[in-house]
Design a protein around this ligand. Structure first.
Ligand SMILES: Cc1ncc(C[n+]2csc(CCOP(=O)(O)OP(=O)(O)O)c2C)c(N)n1
Ligand SMILES: [Mg+2]
Length: 804
């Protein structure tokens, strides 16, 4: 017998009055007309692209009814009706996003930074502090990559479990009330083919977290029918093995038709209750949904759907069926429904017009100012005629955008280059003001702008006494984590082998036994959802460390880090934060998958995160302390070969901090500066000793963090002194060494002080071969460094340093 539940029809429940039903009908109609008008707006050229939630209205209304204050949503671009039902999106805001209105008052989800259909609530006050999330409806900020909402959904649900089980969090009532919050996910049927969907479902089944996933099944993923996406063409059938039974925990799987109003209401109430009370994960397969306008404005579905299918979609359109339901139950007459529809349509149109007036009005004002200032400048310019002409053409632009205005002004300023400063002063100062406003509109909030950003954390130096013992590096981390687990109830850690054995290098050894399995936890082997667990819990006020066992396996989680975490503050324009710390270890040990140092890849994909590359475990502990005192997400890469190396145990462990973006000079020298980080610090210092023996005095600088990078120009100052520089690391040629070179030579203008060509020392372009010989011939060695430096000095003074 199938373990999948079909929801039986019941008679109307007492609170389902005619008024409630008709309000639902009205909302469905409002949302539908917003979709219909939205497509037209795109075709009129007022927006670039549109993707709408038509055909999915009824199920979302049912979901909203079960969604409670304090709950979280993580979904995708079809969910406008749900957001409207919660009162978290009005039609004006909906259109403001379609037009890309940059004002967060008008477009609170992203401040115009995201395509339409990307929903989010604002968890943060303007100063970056948390709101009380238990007093509001919450939606995590959507992302476009299909199924990428799933890993963080798991984390949002996991947070409820932690809040319920960890009694130390009782007072943190701004984020949870006894873990009663449900995390509600939505996903398209085709997107369930993605690996992260299955990974998240499996993890939810294992962890038993309050997560309710709705699959909006409209039979297609753009043009491809579901038979090409899903085995047996049915995701609920495929997942049957996950279904819970009387004797085994698992997932509650419910199947319901997307046009069946009562069945939908019942399904969602049941799912919500089960998840909320018993923390059982639920999957609701909502079948027989439609796409009245096709997938998006990028194409028409007549190209790939048969006439028969198109006819079926018209007939089974959920609003159509809802209308039939209302009439057959004599809840209202056809005339009443028509009147409701007309009213909803008029409201959608009116709100759309208000959104357009507000969006375009701002730009028109800017345009008028620019035209006036160009004409003013023209009065005293030698190029009066052509400038008046530019101003005239600009004033005639139909549906102007900012680019039209700013580009014209920049061209004019170039034309005015030979005119007197007073001629162009007005235009120039207006342009400068706009540049700053546009920075805020389009470029701000990549990193935290709150008082808790990493730059604001006070530097506290590590303290040592004469009695400070020499210990294995891993013991320093272990003592730090012990201290922090004790002191900070929001702090917890999880990952593969992190729990029982305390991670493969034992920095958490014994700490699960001491603090419990919900503070130091094992997970399955599933890096993508380990990151999702971290993001979701950090979005709900917790301070997780998510561990990726080796740097080489970060790739499995990199997509989530890049698409979700790193751009979270940016894409919500400071509306949300998730100060997750990802801990991993790498750079060098043995072989192709345990020696990677793909820092260039990380630097390119994780702008928005802090990237720490400590050279030893003392530095690492100080960095964790800084990060835990800040509200920024970070990746910390410990040195894989450093856990057994001896370090002095600081006496103020847990208190001392390492500043971010402040390199440390490990050795002063006058001939040449070598800039490096991580495991290479030891190699370079060893080389420096050898070089000193042959009369070359190098300065060695550890950058400590790659993002932020040397904010005070320590390296530039060093190059000013030595006039020579080498950037050394273990990445491929042109990887992070090229990044450092760009930051210093271009960013700090160090080219002005160079007497020799700047150089890099890197690993080979291939992955490192196995064994110590593999390491020697793949990664930069002390010999490589000595030779490179010597060759540079030979070029400077061949007499003193004859060729080898
Ligand atoms: C990783 C990724 N691959 C491809 C796309 C392009 N894309 C956007 S929507 C979509 C189809 C999704 O279909 P489905 O999940 O059924 O959702 P629906 O649009 O039908 O509601 C595709 C392929 C994407 N956004 N992300
Ligand atoms: Mg679909």
């Amino acid at each position: 017998m199938s373990k999948i539940q079909s929801v039986p029809k019941t008679s109307l429940s007492p609170d389902l009055t005619a008024d409630v039903v008709l309000a639902d009908f009205r909302l469905a109609m409002l949302s539908r007309h917003a979709s219909l008008i939205g497509r037209k707006e795109v075709f009129m050229g007022k927006a670039k692209f549109g993707i709408f939630g038509d055909g999915k209205e009824l199920a979302q209304i049912a979901m909203a009814r079960a969604f409670q204050i304090g709950d979280f949503r993580a979904g995708y671009y079809r969910d406008q009706t749900f957001m409207m039902a919660l009162g978290e999106l009005n039609v004006s805001e909906y259109f403001a996003q379609l037009y890309a209105h940059t004002d967060v008052e008008a477009e609170p989800a992203s401040g115009g930074r995201l395509m339409n259909g990307h929903f989010a609530t604002r968890s943060l006050n303007e100063d970056g502090s948390w709101k009380n999330l238990t007093e509001m409806y919450n939606s995590a900020a959507d992302v476009s990559p299909t199924a990428a909402q799933m890993p963080k959904l798991l984390g949002l649900a996991y947070a409820s479990k932690i809040y319920r089980e960890n009694k130390g969090l009782k007072d943190l009532n701004q984020f949870s009330i006894n873990g009663n919050e449900v995390a509600w996910g939505t996903i398209g049927n085709a997107s369930t083919s993605e690996g992260m969907f299955f990974e998240s479902i499996n993890a939810a089944g294992v962890m038993q977290v309050p997560m309710v996933v709705s699959v909006w099944d409209d039979g297609y993923g753009i043009s491809v029918p579901k038979e090409f996406h899903t085995t047996k063409g049915s995701i609920s059938e495929v997942l049957e093995g996950f279904a819970r039974t009387d004797s085994q925990a698992g997932i509650e799987i419910i199947r319901v038709k997307g046009w069946d109003y009562e069945a939908l209401l019942n399904a969602y109430l049941k799912a919500g209750e089960l998840a909320r009370v018993s923390h059982v994960p639920v999957l609701i397969h909502v079948e027989e949904l439609t796409q009245p306008q096709g997938h998006s404005t990028s194409g028409s579905h007549e190209r790939y759907k048969t006439e028969e299918r198109l006819k079926w979609e018209k007939e089974w359109d959920c609003i159509n069926k809802f209308r039939e339901y209302i009439l057959s139950n004599q809840i209202a007459t056809a005339d009443t429904l028509e009147a409701i529809e007309a009213e909803a349509k008029a409201q959608a149109k009116k709100e759309k017009e208000a959104a357009w007036a507000s969006f375009s009005g701002e730009i028109k004002t800017e345009l008028a100012e620019a035209v006036r200032l160009i004409n003013e400048a023209a009065e005293n310019s030698t190029r009066k005629v052509v400038l008046n002409q530019i101003a005239h053409e600009l004033s005639k632009t139909i549906n102007p955008i900012r680019k039209d205005v700013i580009s014209a002004v920049r061209k004019v300023l170039l034309m005015l280059r030979s005119d007197s400063p007073s001629t162009k002063a007005g235009l120039k100062s207006w342009y400068e003001k706009q540049t700053s406003l546009n920075f805020d509109r389009y470029n701000s909030h990549l990193y935290s702008q709150s008082q808790w950003n990493v730059g604001s954390v006070e530097e506290i130096l590590p303290e040592f006494t004469e009695k400070s013992p020499l210990v294995d590096g891993r013991e320093i981390l272990q003592a730090f984590f012990d201290y922090t687990l004790e002191k900070n109830p929001e702090f917890f850690a999880f990952g593969e082998d992190v729990g029982k054995i305390g991670d493969v290098n034992q920095a958490f050894a014994g700490l699960q036994a001491k603090y419990g399995a919900n503070r130091v936890a094992d997970t399955g082997i599933r890096e993508c959802t380990i990151i999702g667990q971290g993001i979701g819990t950090a979005l709900r006020g917790l301070r997780p460390i998510a561990e990726i066992q080796y740097l080489d396996y970060l790739l499995y989680g990199l997509q989530m880090l890049s698409d979700d975490l790193a751009c979270l503050q940016y894409r919500t324009k400071g509306g949300q934060k998730a100060p997750l710390i990802v801990r991993t270890r790498g750079h060098r040990l043995e072989g192709v998958w345990h020696s990677g140092s793909p820092m260039g890849m990380i630097l390119s994909s994780l702008r928005g995160m802090v990237i720490c590359v400590p050279r030893d475990m003392t530095q690492a502990a100080g960095m964790y302390a800084t990060l835990l005192n800040s509200d920024e997400p970070a990746l910390v890469i410990e040195c894989l070969n450093g856990y057994r190396l001896k370090e002095k145990m600081p006496s103020n462990l847990g208190e001392f901090t390492v500043p971010m973006g402040k390199p440390e000079i490990l050795k002063t020298g006058k001939d040449l500066t070598i800039v490096t980080y991580g495991s290479m610090c030891r190699i370079i210092l060893e080389a420096a000793t050898e070089l000193a023996e042959i009369g070359i005095d190098v300065e060695v600088i550890d950058v400590q963090t790659l993002l932020p990078f040397d904010i005070h120009g320590v390296i530039g100052d060093s190059v000013k002194k030595t006039n020579r520089v080498i950037f050394a690391d273990e990445d491929v040629p042109g990887g992070a060494s090229a990044f450092m070179l760009q930051q210093v030579i271009e960013g700090q203008e160090a080219f002005k002080y160079l007497d020799s060509e700047p150089q890099t020392i890197t690993g080979k372009a291939h992955r490192p071969a196995y064994s110590s010989d593999g390491d020697y011939f793949s990664k930069p060695s002390v010999d490589d460094v000595v030779e490179k430096v010597y060759a540079m000095m030979h070029e400077v003074d061949p007499k003193k340093f004859p060729g080898i």
